[in-house]
Write a new protein. Structure first.
Length: 539
């Protein structure tokens, strides 16, 4: 093949595929998707089992309910948007130049798949199935060294889409429109040789051109039903009768039409969405769908040599409220069972207060850490065991009591909060952030103040407005030097109870015991209670 080379991947019945790709328990049954508002609902998409059961596109809800063994689902625009992002991401692994081929009137796909003639399909209301397919066209010129010949590339792309939960037909041609129309009309893979476009398109129905009703009726009166019959008409006479646009119709039928390729830029967003037909009350049923969503997130991240560093599960519950839980493993992971266990523990510790109607999983990607062990180094426990243990502790004692202590930006002595546990020294750069390079300055923390937990109660004797001696439970000390006082107070303006406020006085002292031992320490006094405490030792 010379010049450009295009591959079109067309997923028929995309509304149904978007709903079924995460519900593996529904894929073996007959399913139809209803569009529109009650009572004017109609079948806009269905799977292969539904077609074999007697369902047809454009049927009303009443007609669909009369078909035995048919499951009726409501169309979900949010599910389709999430599925399109995954579909685009799969295609982007084979070529960076991708164009969305869904700008035209999708009713032509209905005609191609064997439904009613296009002239009988209304543009709105019952019986108007719209957007039944989703097609992407890839510019694959020059990819032979990476993926092999077009047939091999098409097979690899089909396998990639199948793993993501899509069924797609693929056509390859040197002409953009020939690949697009051929993919929408077949099931499987077709590679059109260069120069054989007209022959490959000859048997396709005329409705593939997406003609309006008047032009379609004109061609029907002439007895023109296929693209091959249209391509055989003389161009001059055709243009004279139907106008300049007839020239492009004939070029499309011959596979010789020109096209300005407009690629899209796919954004890498790890997100999966599933909307439930009926509210889910059981955690096990929610995790059944969540397991499939985690699988998809792991596969998408692994395709870029990444792992899942953080996962947020957002649940829409009955009444329109939202509930979310967050998974923060100590190390980015691609372990499905481990992440599913964390999700189970987090939802069990923070369950939604009502039934769940939709579930969204969003993930942040990070670099997967690898540790090279020495030959005689003992095997250490897996990091996932630590995360599971921490999750179980949070479920028992609360999230605010488990983690790593972090000092707060406050003047209050001992003020801290609990943050998520992070392994010291781990480079946890997330996808999209910038690394400062090897020249980054490594600092080692040095403890200058050793806190006493809990603080010791002491008795202090003053001489000349300065502490002279103090005594704890064990011994007494003579103060050689005292520096202070430093007085601080806070939270009196915000807290209702006095227990949260503080009004303290601090002294840095150098003291010696009778046995000759000397210490440098910090003494504090609660001015409201006149209570002295030994808070810390200086190194």
């Amino acid at each position: 093949m010379s010049g450009g080379l295009y591959l079109c991947a067309c997923a028929a019945e995309f509304p149904a595929q978007a709903l079924l790709r995460l519900r593996t328990d529904w894929q073996t049954g007959a399913v139809v998707v209803l569009d529109g508002q009650p009572p004017q609902e109609w079948v806009c998409s269905m799977n292969r089992q539904a077609a074999q059961s007697g369902a047809a596109l454009g049927m009303t809800r009443l007609e669909a309910e009369s078909v035995a063994g048919l499951r009726l689902l409501k169309r979900s625009i949010a599910s389709e948007a999430a599925a399109r992002a995954v579909y685009l991401e799969c295609a982007a692994r084979f070529s960076p130049r991708i164009e969305d081929a869904n700008d035209g009137d999708a009713r032509a796909v209905v005609q191609t798949r064997g439904a009613r003639p296009l002239s009988q399909v209304p543009k709105s209301g019952p019986g108007a199935p719209m957007l039944t397919a989703h097609a992407l066209v890839l510019d694959i010129a020059g990819t032979e060294r990476l993926f092999g010949p077009p047939q091999q590339l098409a097979e690899r792309l089909r396998d990639e889409l199948t793993e993501a939960g899509f069924r797609a037909s693929i056509a390859v041609s040197a002409n953009y429109d020939a690949a697009r129309m051929k993919a929408a009309a077949i099931r499987g893979i077709a590679v059109i040789p260069d120069g054989a476009e007209a022959e490959a398109l000859a048997k396709l129905p005329l409705a593939t051109l997406e003609l309006d009703e008047e032009r379609a009726a004109t061609f029907a009166l002439w007895g023109i039903a296929t693209l091959g019959e249209l391509a055989a008409l003389p161009e001059a006479e055709l243009v004279a009768r139907l106008g300049p646009q007839a020239r492009r119709w004939r070029a499309l039928a011959r596979g010789a039409a020109s096209h300005a390729f407009v690629p899209v830029e796919p954004a890498f967003v790890l997100e999966e969405f599933c909307e439930f037909e009926t509210p889910v009350e059981q955690i096990d049923s929610l995790l059944f769908v969540g397991a499939r969503m985690i699988d998809c997130l792991i596969v998408r991240a692994a395709g870029r040599a990444l792992a899942l560093a953080r996962v947020t599960a957002e649940m829409r519950i009955e009444g329109g409220a939202a509930h979310s839980v967050e998974l923060k493993p100590a190390l980015p992971s691609t372990d499905r069972k481990f992440l599913l266990k964390l999700l189970h523990l987090e939802i069990g510790a923070h369950p939604p207060h009502a039934a769940v109607t939709a579930l969204t999983l969003r993930a942040e990607a990070g670099q997967q850490s690898k540790v090279q062990l020495g030959l005689f180094t003992p095997q250490t426990p897996e990091p996932s065991r630590l995360d599971v243990t921490l999750a179980r502790l949070r479920a028992m004692v609360g999230s605010e009591r488990v983690g790593s202590p972090v000092l707060e930006d406050t003047h209050r002595a001992g003020g801290f909060r609990m943050d998520g546990f992070v392994i010291p020294g781990l480079k946890s750069e997330t996808w999209g952030t910038h690394n400062r390079g090897e020249a980054e300055i490594q600092t080692t923390a040095r403890m200058a103040l050793r806190r006493v937990r809990p603080a010791r109660a002491v008795r202090v004797v003053f001489r000349e407005a300065k502490p002279a001696t103090f005594r704890d439970e064990d011994r007494s000390y003579e103060i050689a030097a005292a520096y202070g006082p430093w007085r601080t107070s806070g939270c009196w303006w915000a807290l209702k109870s006095f227990d949260g406020a503080w009004d303290t006085e601090e002294w840095d002292v150098l003291a010696a015991a009778r046995d000759g031992a000397s210490i440098a320490c910090l003494l504090t006094c609660d001015r409201a209670r006149n209570a002295w405490r030994l808070e810390a030792f200086y190194d």
